[in-house]
Design a protein around this ligand. Sequence first.
Ligand SMILES: [Zn+2]
Length: 378
Amino acid sequence: MSSETTLRAELIRLTRDLMVIESTDSRPAERARCFQLLRNYLDEVPGVVLKSHYFQGYESLLVLPQGIEHPEILLNAHLDVVEHPQSECYRSEVKDGRIVGAGSGDMKGQLAILLELFRKWHCATPGLSLGLAVTSDEERGGEAGVKCLVEELGLRCGVAIIPDGGSLNRITVEEKGVMHLRLTARGHSSHAARPWLADNPLERLVNRLPEVLKWFAGQQGDVGRVEEGDPHWYPTCSVTMMETPNDSVNCVPEVATAALDVRFPPPWTVEQVMEKLGSLLGEGIELEVMIAAEPSHLAPDKRFVELTAEVTGEEVDLIHASGGSDGRFFAQQGIPVILSRPEVGNLHGEDEWIDVDSMLVYFDICDRYILEKIGSKS
Ligand SMILES: [Zn+2]
């Protein structure tokens, strides 16, 4: 068998072994089992130290060459996957050149690639300045994972490779900022038959939210821009939850809450978005910030961009991304981040997929990058 055939088979096997573990937020035991699989895979690698760190109950596995705290290249992935009610969807199948199933493209397939790269390089060149960090809370914001590794543990590197955004020939250079906000309106519970006596907090929310949505809709500028190719590079807002503690129809609730997911490009800042929301919502609605992150400049290494073009034979687009990634925590420290990945689709769906050929191409790009950047020094 050629080495490419072996690599292909190995990547498929490893991806599917990782996928069958339901490492979701509600299943800490499964996340622990997934980490155990990684340790089993990595503990024979010569010259590296495996260490688990726990922040707010979430494990992160850091694998570094002996004596090197700040590797020149850090490979980074998350092993948590989004929740699905049916556990059948965590099984996978290989169909039409793709690995199909929950977690394949976000990002067990990429995790498999990084594990293979890491093992290959350290077996060939022990002591190479190449690290690996795997976290388990990216889908809920990364605050207990990469953020703590970087801000509390002081993890640093020359460049971070995170295959969790963009695509093969689309490398992300900038990501929108993100805010998750909880809005709370308070009133008095009373009988719904006498609304003139009630100060209904749910209606207050329902009446004010359209003002917010209208303002955000206005940010997209000409209506004509919402077409194919529109990078949506303007602030957006989604109302994602609305709740009262009420369980009877004839009762005015005493409190009502809503949750907003707001995304914004520069020059908007967290502070400006808060100010704007405050003025749009007016008095009587409390605003609580759950997550706030400024937009990030990822500054990918130009050589990675060039190597991508060389290997794929196609031009590379440098793109703006509406979603955020763990890359922002590195970017905040001025560390360049390379955010591209194999071809994936239906992310967070039950039929999520990753294309196997493009996994090999992505592997090849990273492999050449590692060789050029640090492989020839050792
Ligand atoms: Zn992801």
